[in-house]
Design a protein around this ligand. Structure first.
Ligand code: FAD
Length: 426
């Protein structure tokens, strides 16, 4: 391969395909390199894709895309060792106007990639971009084991470990404080059983976040697919290191929790996988442009962990990168200065505005782990005390509940927490 393209996109995930589709549709010659045997082959997530951002590429895509279920209910579980408190929001609006869909990436990504191919992009699978090619300090292409490929602009969409962004000097290794290691199982169950267990209609689904479970600062997730469940846990890398425990052992304990076990009972394990999530937020966003190169999606650490959003930031950054390349081509200017407008586009969009809004949140939770440990436990114990019926008066119960709560966290501490949360999110 010695061809030259307007753009080479490395990685056929949501970011890369969004970029390739947008540039190809505008008439640019686009080559996508994907190291997997097909798009999605190496990709895993929770999870859901979002209607709003996916529709920008294919209106009413759910009528043709391989989606599993549309989400009608969001659940927040606060676990203690043997109980849970569940906060849940179900809304019929989500049946009328879809908001998010559970998908399997191995099915969704190939479908999404076909949109880019139909728009005119060429996708070559089983091909790893090994390094960036530079000429006079400008990126001019990539090297692969099949030869070098040249382009005016290389769009790095190669995911959380982005070799290309590192080779171009745009970012460092993902620091342990900014990465979460997620392990996930796909568990098969009959469709009807899933609907009975989660109280769902035929195409309806739930998305659940679970915190607590008595062993530190980790968060679990659970999504209903058509006839499988996606269940997993994310571990802060530093926290995991300090706990000296193996992620798989912690995951087994999570699945054995008395509130979780009945939901996955008799399920057949279909798939086990692990993946990093770049959850560091705004302070860890990489440099996103250099002469001849742009960085998108997870490669640039664009994940909003607070709202469980990644694919929409990936698709949007891919689209904005593409628009930057289209404009640069009109000016025949692929310099650092010309491509730097991509950063401004990200800053003007929800992508960096949301991450900026939450910029202090990851650090806050890292230094205040009691939100994941003491608070879920306290909440569970308070609900327990509230419901137990015995000879004591309700006044005594309430007095004991107050004593318990303020023994776990002082009045001043609780007030400070409330104040900080208010400041962080308002
Ligand atoms: C457990 C988990 C749960 C998640 N849940 C959700 C969720 O519910 N909703 C949501 O919106 N987001 C979720 N995310 C985040 C979301 O998956 C990512 O933000 C999103 O996939 C990023 O897209 P991307 O295109 O940037 O990268 P990726 O999807 O990682 O794609 C990168 C692509 O590049 C390819 N590649 C890598 N290196 C090379 C190379 N050198 N040469 C060629 N190809 C290469 C890979 O094979 C891959 O196809 C979750 C993530 C995880 C891990």
């Amino acid at each position: 391969m010695t061809d030259k393209f307007d753009s080479i996109v490395v990685g056929a995930g949501p970011a890369g395909i969004a970029a390739a589709y947008t540039m190809a549709k505008a008439g640019l010659s686009v080559l996508v390199l994907e190291k997997g045997e097909k798009p999605g082959a190496k990709n895993m997530f929770g999870g859901v894709i979002f209607r709003h951002h996916t529709e920008k590429f294919a209106p009413e895509f759910w009528k043709m895309a391989p989606i599993e279920r549309h989400v009608v209910e969001y659940q927040y579980w606060f676990l203690s060792k043997q109980s849970h408190v569940l906060l849940s929001h179900r809304n019929q609006e989500f049946n009328g106007r879809y908001n998010a869909f559970t998908v399997h990436r191995a099915k969704f990504d190939p479908w999404f990639a076909r949109l880019a191919e139909d728009a005119g992009a060429t996708i070559i699978n089983r091909t790893t971009a090994d390094d960036v090619l530079k000429e006079n300090g400008k990126v001019v292409g990539v090297t692969t084991e099949r030869g070098n490929v040249l382009a005016d602009v290389v769009v790095a969409a190669d995911g959380v470990n982005s070799m290309l962004a590192k080779q171009a000097g745009l970012r460092e290794e993902t620091p342990a404080t900014a990465a979460v290691l997620a392990v996930k199982e796909v568990i098969a169950l009959p469709k009807q059983k899933i609907e009975d267990r989660f109280n769902l209609g035929p195409d309806e689904g739930i998305a659940a976040l679970l915190v607590g479970f008595g062993f530190g600062m980790h968060a679990g997730f659970m999504y209903t697919n058509r006839d499988t469940l996606s269940v997993g846990v994310g571990f802060g890398m530093r926290d995991l290191d300090q706990s000296k425990q193996r992620p798989n052992d912690l995951f087994e304990r999570f699945k054995a929790h008395p509130s979780i076990a009945p939901l996955i009972k008799d399920g057949e394990l279909k798939e086990y996988s692990a993946h990093l999530i770049p959850e560091g937020g705004y302070n860890y966003v990489s440099n996103v442009s250099a002469a001849g190169m742009l960085v998108t999606g997870d490669a640039a650490m664009l994940v909003n962990a607070i709202n469980w959003e990644g694919t929409n930031l990936a698709m949007t950054s891919g689209r904005l990168a593409a628009e930057t390349v289209i404009e640069a081509k009109k000016k025949h200017d692929f310099s650092e200065r010309s491509l730097h407008t991509y950063r401004q586009r990200l800053e003007n969009s929800f992508v960096l505005q949301d991450l900026k809004k939450y910029r202090d949140v990851p650090k806050f939770f890292e230094t205040n782990p009691h939100f994941f440990t003491e608070y879920p436990e306290t909440l569970n114990e308070l609900f327990y005390m509230w419901h137990v019926v015995d000879d004591e008066t309700k006044a005594t119960h309430i007095k004991k509940m107050k004593e318990y709560a303020f023994k776990r966290r002082s009045k001043l501490g609780a007030l400070k927490d409330a104040y900080h949360l208010w400041r962080l999110f308002s």
